[in-house]
Design a protein around this ligand. Structure first.
Ligand SMILES: NC(=O)c1ccc[n+]([C@@H]2O[C@H](COP(=O)([O-])OP(=O)(O)OC[C@H]3O[C@@H](n4cnc5c(N)ncnc54)[C@H](O)[C@@H]3O)[C@@H](O)[C@H]2O)c1
Length: 273
């Protein structure tokens, strides 16, 4: 099918992507993220697809202390079943490049935010909970640091890799916006005009990585890529988007999502009351 369609490139965005779900059950993560990537790469090899981009994550590098940055040379040290499955796919791709001359490239990006993000992830979860005056469940003491990038800047990076990246190479992407989860939570509440009394500190995620910070100078140097969206402006636009799409949020928060939310936060929130 790929050969018949004369495909120029395949970009593999598909994944089971949420760390908390991988802790509840790692099976779908192994299946989709590792086996899924293998199936796609074999199909691309068979069809002679000339370029394959694997959308990976900075979480494959593990966790940082208060100092330092992940570069493309940082050893892989994944700490969650999610990041382990993404690292496994990266290694499989690496082996295909080496063994078969497979035209693969890898992107590793920090935490994304923006419109249409499923409200199980931190920023849309907190925006939609706050919009409904529901508590915001902050893991531990909220000291974990993440580097945030607008989804459009991530996509611009993937596009640059597609057009100008070198086969066999890895490219890091990040947004130059590092923030502790608790500071981000307070900023979201401020921008939404909601009180800090909505914050609930809940039992931490097991094995919660302390800090991710990314050095994306290779992408800046080789691809001429730069993040363009200022974090505060991007957050304000994202909040407006969720306020304007309350119906979409309600639709995705119903059904199976409710069951997941109850499993993930129900017990934690009742012990935090
Ligand atoms: N969101 C982030 O902060 C972030 C950061 C770095 C990298 N990434 C990577 O970017 C990619 C997209 O992430 P996202 O945040 O949009 O995640 P997401 O979970 O919102 O989207 C993943 C998509 O993959 C699809 N999918 C899942 N299993 C599939 C299967 N077996 N077959 C076909 N499709 C399947 C889902 O339907 C969904 O549309 C992932 O590979 C993720 O690892 C995400």
């Amino acid at each position: 099918m790929l050969a018949a369609a004369d495909v120029d490139a395949v970009i593999n965005f598909a994944a089971e992507s949420h760390v908390d779900r991988s802790i509840l059950d790692s099976g779908p993560f192994v299946q989709t993220n590792i086996v899924g990537t293998q199936v796609l790469m074999d199909a691309c090899r068979a069809a002679g697809v000339p370029r394959f981009i694997q959308v990976s994550t900075d979480e494959v590098y593990g966790s940082l202390g208060p100092e330092g940055y992940f570069t493309e040379e940082t050893p892989l040290a994944p700490n969650s079943p999610y990041s382990a499955s993404k690292a496994a796919a990266d290694l499989l791709l690496r082996s295909y490049c080496h063994t078969f001359g497979f035209p693969g490239l890898i992107t590793r990006c920090s935490n994304n935010y923006g419109p249409y993000q499923f409200p199980e992830k931190l920023i849309p979860l907190f925006i939609s909970n706050a919009m409904n005056d529901q508590p915001l469940p902050v893991y531990g003491t909220g000291e974990n640091v993440r580097n945030w990038i607008h989804v459009l800047d991530h996509c611009r990076g993937i596009d640059a890799v597609l057009r100008r990246g070198r086969v066999g190479e890895v490219y890091n992407f990040g947004g130059h916006a590092e923030m502790k989860n608790i500071d981000l939570t307070r900023l979201l509440l401020e921008l939404l005009g909601k009180p800090e009394s909505l914050i609930r500190f809940v039992q931490d995620r097991p094995g919660h990585d302390l800090r991710y910070a990314i050095d994306c100078s290779k992408a800046e140097r080789e691809l001429g890529w730069r993040p363009q969206v200022d974090f505060r402006t991007g957050l304000e636009e994202t909040i407006r988007w969720y306020q304007d799409h309350a119906e979409w949020v309600e639709r995705v928060r119903s059904g199976a999502y409710r069951e997941y939310y109850e499993k993930q936060y129900g017990q934690r929130l009742s012990s935090a009351e």
